[in-house]
Design a binder for this molecule. Structure first.
Ligand code: SAH
Ligand code: SF4
Length: 371
């Protein structure tokens, strides 16, 4: 019998499940409090629960769907990267990013979660893209990344997670139903739609569907190029959903959700960093009334692609205009930044070769025809 993942249940579902076993529904809240608490490792230590319930839980429920394989920290402990494994043996990463309270502002704690093990999109600058898709994560596996982070911050005397960004491994909109379910479940752990950012490479039909869910999540579009010819190569899904259709979807999402959309743009030296690209990025941001996050590319193993110099990044940003901010992904010193995780696992050689070939074509003739 597969164990029931507690993190797959809403509070009400857990109450009903417990009642079905003959226990009072209020035990649900007790159990849920334990799931967030430092040092908790399983049901056995939940000493405020009757022994019989603890035994039943041990027999039929899963404490967490994820095992922690490794944890590394950087930025004086403010960033922590977790290497995790699902029950089916797939590895994934999550990054915990703490922003301490400062100048009267309340501290924030953001968990960067994965939505898939690997990714099928194959963006040339992304370590995850080189792996191909290994597995879709379940909603419970997505929620458990946040609960694991909550326990670790609790152990450091910090508060609960305040924000979740779907910017780890995977394309969240290719795992649509589990991601939407996870966002609904996270709501009950105190994270509202407004505190969630979903980053996508641009699956237009799913963006439109998401707009109708009314979850209120903030959308980030991984644009990375302002011309289809280049974006076709950097972000291959562009061949199906070109830039104009993507920006139109972004506009509609912004209107439906009332949330400002962010355009993400990984800056790659000699590839997408021309003054013309900067100006047209500024115009695109204006048409969706969004903000631009410029992310100097983090180098990935086996790739010669690099970020422009710091001065060139600043120059690019000033040409984009007031809507642009340069963001250095936190955690890059923890051996993997949020958004380019999992370099630690061996890529599949054939896929690696294919993507490398595409990348070489890109550097040799940045303005040439798509392959
Ligand atoms: N698949 C989704 C979400 C995960 S990637 C997406 O692509 O939007 C999250 C962000 O990290 C994306 O904007 C992605 O382009 C960026 N990213 C990927 N590889 C990177 C690298 N090597 N350096 C900097 N940012 C990177
Ligand atoms: Fe997938 Fe996002 Fe990486 Fe592209 S950048 S390969 S969509 S995880």
């Amino acid at each position: 019998m597969t164990a029931l993942a507690l993190s797959s249940l809403s509070r009400e579902e857990l109450r009903r499940w417990l009642e079905g076993l003959g226990h009072p529904a209020y035990r649900a809240d007790q159990i849920r409090r334990h799931l967030l608490r430092a040092g908790e490792v399983g049901f056995g230590s939940m000493s405020d629960l009757p022994l019989q319930l603890r035994t039943e839980l041990e027999e039929s429920a899963a404490w967490s769907t994820l095992a922690v394989l490794a944890a590394t920290s950087a930025d004086r402990g403010l960033t922590e990267k977790l290497l995790l494994r699902t029950g089916a043996g797939h590895e994934l990463e999550a990054v915990m990013i703490a922003h301490p309270a400062r100048d009267g502002s309340r501290g924030r704690r953001t968990v960067c979660v994965s939505s898939q093990a690997g990714c099928a999109i194959g963006c040339v600058f992304c370590a995850t893209g080189r792996l191909g898709l290994r597995a879709n994560l379940t909603a419970a596996e997505i929620v458990d990344q946040v609960l694991e982070a909550a326990r670790r911050w609790d152990a450091q005397g910090l508060g609960r997670p305040t924000n979740v960004v779907l910017m780890g491994m995977g394309e969240p909109l290719q795992n649509y139903h589990q991601v939407v379910l996870a966002i609904r479940l996270l709501h009950e752990w105190g994270i509202s739609g407004r505190q969630v950012v979903l980053s996508t490479s641009g699956l237009v039909p799913e963006i439109m569907q998401l707009a109708k869910e009314g979850l209120g999540v903030r959308l980030a579009i991984s644009l990375h190029a302002t011309e289809d010819q280049l974006r076709d190569r950097l972000v291959p899904i562009n061949r199906r959903f070109p830039i104009a259709s993507l920006l139109e979807a972004a506009r509609k999402y912004a209107a439906a959700s009332g949330r400002r959309v962010t355009l993400e743009y990984v800056l790659i030296r000699g590839v997408n960093d021309t003054p013309a690209a900067a100006r047209s990025l500024g115009e695109m941001a204006a048409t969706v009334r969004g903000h631009v996050n410029l992310i100097p590319m983090n180098p990935i193993p086996g790739s010669d692609l690099r970020a422009p110099s710091a001065a060139a990044c600043r120059e690019f940003a000033s040409l984009v205009g007031p809507r642009a901010t340069i963001r250095h992904s936190r955690g890059d010193r923890a051996t993997a930044a949020c958004g380019q995780l999992r370099a630690s696992l061996a890529p599949e050689p054939r896929r690696e070769a294919r993507i490398l070939a595409r990348e070489l074509a890109l550097v040799d003739s940045p303005t040439g025809p798509p392959e």
